[in-house]
Design a protein around this ligand. Structure first.
Ligand code: PEP
Ligand code: MG
Length: 909
């Protein structure tokens, strides 16, 4: 019997209120394709089309163009025929042509990363048919010139030759504008557009050596292949690496009937959000342009108008435009086309309820008919994310667990970052105003080119407008300022996604890339001059403005309270001072997981005693210096214990190599020699003796405490005496003494025994006791492997994943910067393992260490205090590994608390 094998479709259709796919098929259809299918099936008017799956992209990468075209040819041709019958038009027809768009669509949104071609199917004959059919010759030729421009750029590689170069097509247009004495694209006559088409095609022939393709089918296949190629283009690879998206995801290709927003005054196009993406406020908002195509809104060449009357009034107030001027020149869609507005308002409501999240939609009005081009969960600022999640919860659209899962933990960072200091702001000189595109405060030195953003420690990227090529520089800059563009311009959307302060559309700025100057009225600013941006008001301020701590919203507190309700794993902080401890406690830290005591020795009044201790030739001399240090350390610990009253505080014994503390410059060496009444030569000899070839693997960690037990003794005394002193004052403290960098059981045992002996002695002296623990860091691979034996004596483990990563990979923490970026660029590593815990490799040691430790002591307290303790994916891993706590820097405590809850919730799903 013959078994018929079902052939998996490679092409999925949508349109006319039905679809082959749905929103659950994002991996196969890409985010855009899955959404188009879903929208179509719930009755939203999307232009008909089809999606070629992401799997075909992977097949293309493996098998090449010919094999893939052969595979999907029949399905693509039948799907075009389907669009033709739904739209009543024909692909390539001279009289009644169908034109299509071809867009990429990965499973996650990658704004501006991939390429798009619009108006495909156009040629010298089709343009005449379109002109006749629409009775709009201007529109038809404008569409044609746009098509050649996009197709030329995306498919035929007609791009600027260098960053200072202008786009070859823009150059032709600029020439013509100059010749004709006009300023705007809309001022071109029909003859101008025809000339442009001719000149564009000529430029293509000259540069590529080939005629511009006239056959619509050739155009279509060219565009489909170009979209597949764009998945491996520089911009996409950079974005993928930045976000850790694997190469084998691939992109889908969406082919869809074109609808036109530039068919006259009864047409238009826009972008809208179901809630405010900047603040989270529950108001429908967005921007549109009459007689324009989608990219006109995003490119920011014309100033867009607001969708709602409320939005329009608010905008006018900011722009200082009176109401008569507003209603006459910039009316809202609500006022200008009330019927269309009502329809759009209904759809936004339907879509938000359907997707149960804030939506970002694109629409086009073609000759009085509304089409929805796409919807997706909107990118938003951290503040908006928190507000929207809590509002949707209150509106009962989602439950508590869903609300927590809706929040991208890393984005909380934005809420916790400094804002401008109010008193400094009062004195600030505001030089101009732009749109408050992405909130926050930024201060830095002006740079004009994205690839120069790293020139200064703090830079502000100033551009006429940004493009996807600028992404890397935008990521580095502290803030972004553009002269053009609305709230949905590239700069605004990308900055909001990055949580970076941005002001867009500051029309008063004159930017000259050649002279590298920014002129506002009479004043000229140069590269390297300080400016400050207030992304929440749109104010551009001269000079450097001091920043202040942010105030947290009520919704933020609600999110944190909910996190604590669902979170199981505790969150502590890494803090070395009472001030940091207090900040962290304010953010909800449940104790200290790491106090690095060495940081205390660097302070001016201590470094001298520390140096004397290190340079001492005898034990007696060293003890004398340590005695000087004791009261200072004790006072430090008292401050920290007090700030963390009632909570556990883990204090780590001295860790870094001693040579870090001694002076390396002649002047300071002389000073020290004088202070210690020894010769300069003696200081020099000691300093060179301490020099190491591999300090990270040298005389540091418990190796110090084991070779100079007096140091451990002094530190233990300072900790225990501080605890006893506070106890006398009625303040409860729970010290945990932590031994760093052990690799062998004996290394720990020697230290542990010394600590307990010292503590016992103090208890006898003081006739009083406090409870304390003695534990160790697990940060050398050998310690993880020996964890069962180490746990016999240790009260707790804390994974030091900074060193554990260093030693497992064999990458020096101090030198990895030289090669890691190249490794990431080349795809040898997906992400920086010092930032994101390598769960595959280093994670194994964490699991082994935890399991072996608990095989000896089932209730062994286990935590993590490396930098990974505040990184969401690593925190989730810690929860899944059964840890009791993670410890991170104060500002990351809220992030870790949220992730702790999210991890616990995910485990129950
Ligand atoms: C670690 O190694 O992870 C750690 C927390 O210690 P440090 O960074 O001080 O070496
Ligand atoms: Mg360490």
């Amino acid at each position: 019997m013959e078994i018929l094998q079902e052939v998996k479709p490679r092409v999925y259709r949508f349109g006319d209120k039905s679809a082959d796919g749905n929103s659950k098929m994002k991996n196969l259809l890409g985010g855009k394709g899955a959404n188009l299918a879903e929208m179509s099936s719930i009755g939203i008017p999307v232009p008909p089309g089809f999606t070629i799956t992401t799997e075909v992209c992977t097949e293309y990468n493996l098998l090449g163009q010919d094999a893939v075209v052969e595979m999907i040819k029949e399905e693509v041709e039948a799907s075009i025929a389907n669009i033709e019958s739904l739209m009543g038009t024909t692909f390539g027809d001279k009289e009644n042509p169908l034109l299509v768009s071809v867009r990429s669509g990965a499973r996650v949104s990658m704004p501006g990363m991939m390429d798009t071609v619009l108006n495909l199917g156009m040629n010298d004959e089709v343009v005449l048919g379109l002109a006749k059919k629409t009775n709009n010759e201007q529109f038809a030729w404008d569409s044609y010139r746009r098509f050649i421009q996009m197709y030329g750029g995306v498919v035929l590689g007609m791009k600027p030759a260098s960053k200072d170069d202008i786009d070859p097509f823009e150059e032709i247009m600029e020439h013509l504008k100059e010749k004709r004495g006009i300023q705007l694209d809309t001022e071109f006559t029909i003859q101008d557009l025809k000339d442009l088409v001719y000149d564009f095609k000529d430029a293509v022939k000259k540069r590529t050596g080939h005629d511009f393709p006239t056959n619509p089918w050739d155009q279509l296949w060219g565009a489909i292949i170009a979209v597949f190629n764009s998945w491996n283009g520089d911009r996409a690879v950079y974005y993928r690496n930045m976000n850790g998206y694997p190469a084998d995801w691939g992109t889908a290709v969406n082919v869809q009937a074109m609808v036109y927003g530039n068919m006259g005054d009864n047409s238009g196009t826009g972008v809208c959000f179901t809630r405010d993406a900047g603040t989270g406020e529950n108001v429908f908002n967005g921007e549109y342009l009459i007689n324009a195509q989608g990219e006109d809104v995003v490119a920011g060449v014309r100033t867009p108008q607001q969708i709602t009357k409320l939005g329009s009034e608010r905008w006018a107030e900011l722009a200082k435009i009176d109401d008569d001027d507003r209603t006459e020149n910039y009316p809202s869609l609500e006022e200008l086309m009330p019927k269309i507005f009502n329809e759009l308002n209904d759809y936004q409501d339907t879509l938000e309820k359907h997707y149960r999240d804030m939506q970002d939609m694109e629409f086009t009005i073609q000759d009085g008919k509304l089409w929805i081009l796409q919807t997706r969960n909107g990118k938003r600022t951290g503040a908006a994310m928190v507000k929207i999640a809590m509002d949707l919860l209150k509106e009962k659209m989602i439950d508590e667990k869903e609300a927590l899962l809706l929040i991208e933990a890393n984005k909380l960072d934005e809420l916790l970052h400094p804002v401008f200091d109010l008193s400094a702001l009062k004195k600030a000189h505001v030089i101009a105003q732009g749109l408050p595109a992405s909130p926050g405060a930024a201060t830095g030195k002006i740079v004009f080119f994205a690839d120069e953003a790293s020139k200064y420690k703090n830079s502000i990227l100033v551009r006429i407008e940004t493009s996807p090529e600028d992404l890397e520089g935008m990521n580095i800059a502290k803030g972004i300022l553009t002269a053009r563009g609305g709230m949905t311009s590239h700069a605004a959307v990308v900055a909001r996604g990055m949580g970076k302060c941005c002001i867009s559309g500051a029309g008063a700025l004159k930017i000259n890339y050649k002279t590298r100057t920014l002129t506002v009225g009479e004043h000229e600013y140069h590269e390297g001059d300080w400016i400050s941006l207030n992304g929440s008001t749109g104010n551009i301020i001269e000079g450097k403005v001091a920043t202040a701590e942010p105030e947290l919203s009520g919704e933020f507190a609600e999110v944190m309270a909910l996190s604590d309700k669902y979170g199981v794993m505790k969150v502590r902080t890494n803090a070395d001072s009472p001030k940091d401890a207090k900040v962290a406690r304010g953010f909800g830290a449940e104790g200290i997981g790491l106090t690095r005591t060495e940081h205390m020795f660097f302070e001016v009044d201590r470094i001298k005693a520390m140096r004397e201790m290190i340079l001492a030739d005898t034990v007696k001399g060293r003890k004398q210096a340590l005695e000087d240090l004791l009261p200072m350390q004790r006072a430090d610990f008292e401050g920290i214990f007090e700030a963390m009253e009632g909570l556990s505080v883990t204090i780590r014994l001295l860790d870094p190599p001693l040579h870090e503390f001694v002076p390396h410059q002649l002047a300071t060496q002389k000073e020290l020699a004088e202070d210690m009444h020894i010769s300069l030569q003696a200081v020099k000899i000691k300093v060179s003796e301490l020099e190491e070839f591999n300090p990270m693997l040298g005389h540091r960690g418990c190796r110090l405490g084991n070779t100079y037990p007096e140091i451990t003794e002094m530190q233990t005394r300072a900790i225990i005496e501080a605890a006893l002193n506070l106890k006398e004052k009625g303040i409860i403290c729970k010290p945990e003494i932590m031994v760093p960098l052990i690799g062998t059981v004996k290394e720990f045992e020697f230290q542990e025994e010394l600590i307990r002996r010292t503590a016992k002695k103090i208890f006898e002296e003081r006739h009083d006791t406090v409870e304390y623990l003695v534990g160790t860091m697990i940060e050398i691979p050998r310690a993880a492997l020996m964890a069962d034996l180490i746990a016999e004596k240790a009260d707790f483990f804390s994974f030091g994943t900074n060193d554990l990563t260093q030693m497992t990979f064999g990458y020096s923490r101090d030198d990895a910067g030289k090669f890691l970026p190249i490794y990431i660029e080349k795809g040898i590593l997906k992400v920086d393992p010092f930032e994101v815990l390598d769960q595959e490799g280093v994670g194994q040691l964490v699991k082994i260490g935890t399991e072996r430790g608990r095989s000896t002591k089932p209730n062994l307290k286990v935590g993590l205090c490396g930098e990974h303790g505040g990184e969401p994916s690593s925190v989730e891993f810690c929860y899944n590994s059964g840890m009791n706590y993670v410890s991170c820097s104060p500002y990351r405590v809220p992030i870790a608390r949220l992730v702790s809850a999210q991890a616990a919730i995910k485990a129950t799903l």
